[in-house]
Design a protein around this ligand. Structure first.
Ligand SMILES: [Mg+2]
Length: 148
């Protein structure tokens, strides 16, 4: 026999179901795989910064920045901003979470790392590099450094 009223019991039931749904959909990306270049192409489809650096000159004439320079600038600034958000979460790991890496903090760090990746992918694209080219070049550079 429940100690709750039928209304509360129904709420509990609905919340329990909601919780189950949330748990099921908590990691919808699990099992999905893609290459770095596939990620780069997909992330480029979500880029909506084109034209954002256009500005009005003293005569009210709209001036557009070269689209390649705009992408390089926008993505570089965004990258530093998102790197700051990663660092901010690490700060909060100590300030708010008392140096305990909680699931919530881990989720937030994953989200910010993803934001960093988005800017890295789109900055690379603006410069004409595939993400796999950047990754491969980086590993070769590091291997050469440590093999000396
Ligand atoms: Mg972010």
């Amino acid at each position: 026999m429940s100690v709750y009223s039928p209304e509360v019991e129904k709420d509990l039931d609905e919340n329990y179901n909601t919780q189950k749904i949330l748990e099921k959909s908590r990691k919808p990306w699990e099992g999905k795989r893609m290459t770095l270049n596939e990620y780069q192409e997909e992330s480029a489809k979500t880029a909506n910064f084109h034209g954002c650096m256009a500005h009005l000159d003293g005569y009210g004439i709209k001036t557009y920045v070269d689209s390649k320079l705009e992408a390089i600038t926008y993505c570089s600034l965004g990258l530093t901003g998102e790197a700051g958000e990663v660092a901010d979460n690490v700060k909060k790991l100590f300030r708010d979470d008392h140096a305990k890496l909680t699931p919530d903090r881990t989720d937030k760090l994953r989200a910010e790392i993803g934001d960093v990746l988005w800017y890295v992918a789109n900055l690379s694209k603006a410069l004409g590099f595939s993400l796999e080219e950047v990754a491969t070049y980086n590993l070769l550079k590091l291997k050469n450094r440590y093999e000396k």
